[in-house]
Design a protein around this ligand. Structure first.
Ligand code: 6R9
Length: 660
C-alpha cells in the first residue's frame, strides 16, 4: 500500500490531454464545477434531471428523493422501469442493433462476438426459460458462474423478469456458497459444469452439490447448468437442467417486467469487520442511473470505444462495469474468462492490441504483478505490443501506489492516456471519488475529487469536519441514487454499519480513512479503518478468517492481521495458538499447510493466509484483549517500539517474531 508520507509529498501533476478535454462529456474544471454547483443549489432537481435524461422510464417518477424513513432512502420511488430494457431494447431502438455488444475471449483464446440484437435474443430466451421454472418477480436467484457471455445473460435475464440475483464469485467455497444461498433464500442456482482458468479445469457444479449437502438450501427448486467444458458432473433428475436446453425452445422475445425504481436488482455479499458477510442490497433505478452515468462521466465512453473492465462478475466492479453500465451506455465491451498471466504475462497487452481496446480498467494488483513479469521477461513487456488504440486507463479496488501509477501511465498509456483512479465500494454502486479524464489534473496515488452530486467529506469520530491536511474518516453527507439500500435480512446491521448514531445517523460511513491535500483538496484514501483487509483488491474480514481457523479441531485461538505486500497490496498473516504444544520446524510447516487448505475450504482460496505463525499464546492485555496493533508490527517484521506496559505476557512477542 502507498506510504502516506510519500503521498502527502507527491507533487507531480499531470494535466488531462488537450484533445480529450475538448471532447469529453465533462470538459474542463469549469464544467465539473458547474455540475457540482447545480447539485449544491438544487440537489433533488439535479438528480431528477439526470434520471430523466439518461434512463427510459415506463412510468415516469414524480418524487425524486424520499427521506421519510432515513437512512432507508428511496429514489425515484413512484417511477417504473426495467434494467434489462434500458440495457438492451433501448439499443435496438437507437440504431445499435447490429453493433457488437460483447467481444468474449475465452481462457484458451477463442473469441465470440455478439451484437446487441443477438444479446437481446439470448437474454429474452433465457428469461422465458427462467419464467417456465416458475421464477417470478422478487424471487432470488444465485449465480455461481465463470466469466462468460452466459454469466451476463443470466444476470440480465434475472433483471428482465424482476428476479433479484446474487452473484457469488466462482472462487468461493461450498460453505461460503451455501451460506449465501441460505441467507438470500434463493429459489434457483445458475452455475456451470466447470470453469477454466489458466488452462486448468476447476469444478463449479460439484461445489454447488457440496453446498446443498451442507443443508439448508431447501428453497432451491432448480440448478441451471451452463455447459462450459462438458466435464463429468453429477446430475439430479428433476432439479438440474442444462442452460442451453432450457433456453432452446423459448421465444426470443420477452416482455420486460416493469418494476418500481426501488425494486432490488441484486444482492451482493461483501465482508464487514464483524460476523458473516453482508448482503448488500441495490435498487434498480438509482443503481442503473449511476452505472450508466459514470460510464459517460468517468470513462467518457463514446460510440466508437471498445471498453474492457478486467473484473469478475462476482464482484461489484463486474456488476456495474461489465453486466450493466457498458450495455446501458450502448458500448462495445470485452469480456474475458482467463487470468492475466496465461498463456503468458503479455495476455492483457496482447488482447488490447487484438481487440483495439480504447478504455482499459483494471486493478493495481494486476498492474504490479505485470510490472514484475515485464521486468523478469522482456518478451512480455508492454512495449512489445501495439497499445495505440488506448485512450483512457482506469484503476479500481485498492490504493494505487505512485510507482505503479507512473508505470501504468508511461508503459501502457504512453503518457497520452489519463488514468482514472476510481474510489468506490460494493455499497456505493458506482464511482464516488475519481479524476474526470477531460477535466481533472491528476496526481499519482490520489483519487482526486468526488463526482458531481457526491457529498464526500472527512470528519473526526464525532462527525466534525476536519480541515484539509488532516486525516480522518471518509463519509458521504447526502444520500445518492446508487447507494446501498439495506443489508438483506438485517436492517439493524445496515444502520449500525453505515449510519452510526455517533455520526448523527444520516451520514454514510465508508469504512475508509482519507486525507485531503491542503492546497488542492484532493482526496487520498489511506486504507480501511475497520478490520477489513484488501488482498489483491478482494475484501475480506479478519474475523471471518479467524472464525474459519478456530473451526479447525487443532486450533485454540487465532488472530489475523494484514501485512503490506508489494504485489497484492496487503497479505494475510495469521497468528495461531494450537490446542497442542507449539510446533516447530517441519511439523510447523506441515500444520501451517493443513490450516491454509482448511481456510481455503471454509471460505475460498483467496482467504488462505500467506503466512502463519504459532505461539503458546497471543499478546493480550491484562483484561484479555488481543493486541492486534502489536501483531501488525510483528507481521511487518519491525521492532516493537510502542508502549507494551499493558501487555500481560511480553515473552510471547519473541515467539511470534519470526515466520516459520
Ligand atoms: C469497487 C470495490 C471497497 C474497498 C474500499 C477501499 C478499497 C477501492 C479504491 C480503494 C483506494 C481506490 N478501494 N477502490 N482504495 N483507492 N481507487 O473495490 O469495491 O470490493 O467493496 O472494496 O476497496 O478500501 O472501501 P469493494
Amino acid at each position: 500500500m502507498a506510504d502516506i508520507q510519500t503521498l502527502k509529498e507527491e507533487s507531480r501533476v499531470f494535466p488531462p490531454p488537450a484533445d480529450m478535454m475538448k471532447h469529453a462529456a465533462i470538459s474542463g474544471m469549469e464544467a465539473y464545477q458547474a455540475l457540482c454547483d447545480e447539485a449544491e443549489r438544487d440537489y433533488e432537481g439535479f438528480w431528477a434531471r439526470l434520471a430523466r435524461e439518461n434512463l427510459s422510464w415506463q412510468t415516469p417518477f414524480t418524487k425524486t428523493l424520499d427521506e421519510s424513513d432515513a437512512p432507508f432512502y428511496k429514489w425515484f420511488s413512484d417511477g417504473k422501469l426495467n434494467v434489462s430494457y434500458n440495457c438492451l431494447d433501448r439499443n435496438l431502438d437507437n440504431g445499435n442493433a447490429d453493433k457488437t455488444a460483447i467481444i468474449f475471449e475465452a481462457d484458451g483464446g477463442e473469441v465470440t462476438r455478439l451484437t446487441y440484437r443477438e444479446l437481446h435474443g439470448r437474454v429474452c430466451q433465457f428469461a422465458n426459460g427462467l419464467k417456465s421454472l416458475g421464477i417470478r418477480k422478487g424471487d432470488r436467484v444465485v449465480i455461481y458462474m465463470p466469466m462468460s457471455v452466459e454469466g451476463v445473460v443470466a444476470m440480465q435475464a434475472c433483471a428482465r423478469i424482476g428476479a433479484t440475483h446474487s452473484v457469488v464469485f466462482g472462487g468461493f467455497s461450498a460453505k461460503s456458497l451455501q451460506e449465501r444461498i441460505v441467507d438470500a433464500g434463493a429459489v434457483a442456482v445458475i452455475t456451470a459444469d466447470e470453469q477454466v482458468r489458466g488452462g486448468k479445469h476447476l469444478p463449479l457444479k460439484a461445489i454447488v452439490d457440496d453446498a446443498f449437502a451442507l443443508g439448508g438450501c431447501d428453497a432451491v427448486r432448480n440448478v441451471v447448468v451452463y455447459q462450459r467444458t462438458s466435464g463429468k458432473i453429477n446430475w439430479q433428475q428433476g432439479r438440474d437442467l442444462w442452460m442451453h436446453e432450457l433456453a432452446a425452445s423459448q421465444p426470443s422475445a420477452c416482455e420486460p417486467e416493469w418494476v418500481d425504481a426501488e425494486h432490488p436488482l441484486f444482492i451482493l455479499y461483501t465482508s464487514g469487520s464483524t460476523g458473516t458477510p453482508k448482503g448488500v442490497q441495490h435498487s434498480s433505478g438509482g443503481y442503473l442511473l449511476w452505472a450508466m452515468l459514470t460510464m459517460k462521466w468517468t470513462f467518457d465512453v463514446k460510440p466508437s470505444d471498445v471498453f474492457w473492465c478486467t473484473a469478475d462478475i462476482g464482484w461489484v466492479t463486474g456488476h456495474s462495469y461489465i453486466a450493466y453500465g457498458p450495455l446501458a451506455a450502448g458500448c462495445t465491451e470485452v469480456v474475458f474468462e482467463g487470468v492475466p498471466t496465461y498463456p503468458d504475462a503479455g495476455r492483457f497487452w496482447d488482447m488490447i492490441a487484438r481487440h483495439k481496446v480504447s478504455i482499459f480498467y483494471t486493478a493495481p494488483t494486476a498492474i504490479r504483478s505485470l510490472i514484475k513479469a515485464a521486468d523478469a521477461n522482456p518478451a512480455v513487456h508492454p512495449d512489445r505490443y501495439d497499445l495505440s488504440s488506448l485512450r483512457l486507463l482506469g484503476s479500481v479496488g485498492e490504493p494505487i501506489n505512485p510507482e505503479a501509477w507512473m508505470w501504468y501511465y508511461k508503459n501502457i498509456g504512453h503518457e497520452k492516456c489519463p488514468i482514472v483512479d476510481t474510489f468506490w465500494q460494493t455499497e456505493t454502486g458506482g464511482h464516488m471519488i475519481t479524476p474526470l479524464p477531460g477535466a481533472t489534473p491528476m496526481v499519482p496515488g490520489s483519487c482526486t475529487l468526488p463526482l458531481p452530486g457526491i457529498m464526500a467529506a472527512i470528519v473526526d469520530e464525532t462527525g466534525q469536519d476536519l480541515p484539509n491536511g488532516q486525516g480522518g474518516i471518509l463519509v458521504v453527507k447526502r444520500p445518492w441514487p446508487s447507494m446501498i439500500r439495506t443489508i438483506w435480512n438485517d436492517p439493524a446491521r445496515f444502520r449500525k454499519s453505515y449510519f452510526p448514531e455517533e455520526l448523527g445517523g444520516k451520514t454514510y460511513l465508508a469504512g475508509d480513512g482519507a486525507i485531503r491535500n491542503k492546497d488542492t483538496g484532493y482526496f487520498t484514501i489511506t486504507g480501511r479503518i475497520d478490520d477489513v483487509l484488501n488482498v489483491s483488491g478482494h475484501r475480506m474480514g479478519t474475523m471471518e478468517i479467524e472464525s474459519a481457523l478456530v473451526a479447525h479441531p487443532m486450533v485454540a485461538e487465532a488472530a489475523v492481521v494484514g501485512k503490506p505486500d508489494e504485489t497484492t497490496g496487503e497479505s494475510i498473516c495469521a497468528f495461531v495458538v494450537l490446542k497442542r504444544p507449539r510446533p516447530e520446524g517441519d511439523e510447523a510447516r506441515q500444520i501451517a499447510k493443513e490450516l491454509r487448505d482448511w481456510v481455503g475450504k471454509e471460505i475460498g482460496p483467496i482467504a488462505k493466509p500467506k503466512e502463519l505463525r504459532f505461539g503458546d499464546n497471543l499478546p493480550k492485555t491484562r483484561s484479555g484483549k488481543i493486541m492486534r496493533r502489536l501483531l501488525r508490527v510483528l507481521a511487518k517484521g519491525e521492532e516493537i517500539t510502542q508502549d507494551i506496559s499493558t501487555l500481560e505476557n511480553p515473552a510471547i512477542l519473541e515467539q511470534l517474531k519470526h515466520a516459520i
